[in-house]
Design a protein around this ligand. Structure first.
Ligand code: ZN
Length: 493
């Protein structure tokens, strides 16, 4: 195909998706040919293919013509983002339209921004659809797993190269300076991202979508300043302010400490979205009341206090009590080690609003390490590293385990072995699963569908993994100490 044909396809796609107006046709076409150092353009009547095919051909064209010097996945993705950015309105225009929709309803506004994020290929729907997800029943209710195949696979050389190149701009992948930045081989671009300014607790924050979409309308809420993650009294105010702006979304924060926090500790942010996570359906055991605030503990692998009230001030007042008492709590017998010199205790909070009732789940966390568990006493224990080594962040704590991409291939090998192909036993990729494989082989019934069997067994392991992170275990001793802690926060004896 000629460059003119491809550019016509791209622009017609953009008009169909309402990214740009017909009035912008010539203007955008001329800007696009300039990227290719092309001197002429022919307007053609073409029917656009899907956006992934159009962009793939446009990126290859640029590579063949020497416009981009490398055909690695980062350079190609960055170039595609730059092309899409040419089709999009400037940030101020997106903000204006978002506000117009917001005046109709918050849901209209988020629908607009979400559609824009998908149609602009910022959320790569095709790539994300490769994620494999399933759920399984446990004693805590349904738990969910997903093998994350949405992030492009980078070969190790490219990863090493990326680490070696840094201009220190933007400071991190969450910073507001990413908007429109075309990136380079050492930095993934988000040129086609658009973000919305919002105010939380009087501070300037921004709202955007996550390109990886681990769940529906997966959004990121970030501080306009590059300041570190923190859980303090203000966090709860900010979460509740967010719910008042977008009551149809949940919002939660990762903890601000290593091991129990998420992958980015350097920039304060929350995650939000339009999804009911397994934790929301967890059974509650009512403990008592603090003013208007109703307080329960959840029957959930990670120690969670659920509180609800229609009174924001009393709710925030109580969350401060929990946070401050938890930051001082220690219990040697339960290995909850904590000291004033180095605070190991923090909270992973999640907030939701239904009608006028706010509900918060406060998940108690501790990041202490010892000789037996150098990666964390309340972290995934090493015997489960075959499935997951990474931190149990907010998303896992809510009952959705995000598993590494390697497992797609490894599960296939395990399936083959269970079906009787024993020659695969020495495959290097299987070695991490040796112990697990023995249990799988012992329990597998050949009449049962093998893919389903492995997936269900993986859910059982995920249940155990979450239990590792529970500071108060779900046994009589753990529950006794957990309830004592909660009663102390409400001055109940
Ligand atoms: Zn940053």
């Amino acid at each position: 195909m000629t460059l003119s044909q491809l550019i016509n396809e791209l622009i017609r796609y953009g008009i169909d998706k309402k990214l740009l107006s017909k009035l912008d046709y010539n203007y955008v076409a001329n800007r696009l040919i300039a990227i290719y150092n092309e001197k002429k353009f022919e307007k053609l009547d073409v029917k656009p293919r899907d956006i992934h095919s159009i962009l793939a051909d446009l990126a290859k064209f640029a590579y063949d013509k020497g416009i981009i010097e490398s055909n690695d996945v980062v350079t190609f993705d960055n170039f595609k983002a730059k092309l899409m950015d040419e089709l999009l309105p400037k940030p101020s225009e997106v903000i204006r339209v978002f506000k117009d929709y917001y005046n109709i309803s918050p849901k209209h506004a988020t629908n607009y921004l979400y559609d824009l994020a998908i149609n602009s290929n910022y959320i790569q729907a095709k790539r994300n659809s490769q994620n494999e997800s399933w759920s399984g029943l446990t004693k805590y209710g349904l738990l969910e797993l997903t093998i994350n195949l949405a992030k492009p696979e980078k070969d190790p050389k490219l990863i090493a190269l990326q680490k070696s190149i840094s201009y220190g701009y933007p400071k991190c992948h969450l910073c507001v300076e990413n908007e429109g930045y075309t990136g380079h081989i050492g930095y993934d671009s988000k040129a086609n991202m658009r973000i919305i300014p919002i105010t939380l607790n009087g501070e300037n924050w921004r709202f955007q979508y996550s390109p990886y979409a681990y769940y529906p309308e997966h959004s990121i809420v970030l501080n306009e300043e590059h300041v570190p993650m923190v859980i303090d009294d203000n966090t709860f105010i900010k979460l509740i302010d967010f719910l008042d702006l977008f009551p149809h979304y949940f919002v939660g924060s990762n903890a601000g400490l290593t091991i129990v926090g998420g992958s980015i500790l350097s920039h304060e942010h929350f995650q939000a979205g339009n999804y009911k996570f397994p934790i929301e359906s967890a059974k509650e055991v009512f403990i008592g009341k603090y003013k208007s605030v109703s307080i329960s503990r959840l029957i959930w692998p990670m120690s969670t206090i659920r509180i609800s009230s229609d009174n924001k001030l009393e709710l925030i007042d109580y969350t401060s009590r929990v946070l401050n008492q938890w930051r001082e709590y220690k219990n040697k017998d339960l290995l909850i080690i904590n000291s004033n010199d180095e605070i190991h205790n923090t909270i992973t909070p999640i907030a939701r609003k239904n009608d006028n009732i706010y509900t918060l789940d406060l998940i108690l966390r501790n990041n202490y390490t010892n000789d037996e568990y150098p990666d964390g006493v309340f972290h995934v224990h090493p015997k489960y590293y075959n499935l997951k080594k990474e931190n149990l962040g907010l998303i896992e704590a809510m009952g959705l385990g995000v598993l590494p991409p390697r497992l797609k291939q490894e599960f296939k090998l395990l399936e083959e072995i269970l079906k009787g192909n024993h020659s695969l036993m020495n495959n290097p990729a299987i070695q991490v699963h040796k112990e697990w494989l023995e249990t799988l082989q012992a329990d597998y019934n050949h009449n049962y569908e093998v893919t389903k069997f492995i997936r269900e067994e993986a859910v059982k392991v995920f249940e155990k993994i979450l239990e590792c992170a529970g500071v108060f275990k779900q046994d009589s001793t753990g529950i006794k100490h957990f309830e004592e802690f909660i009663k102390n926060t409400i001055n109940m004896k």
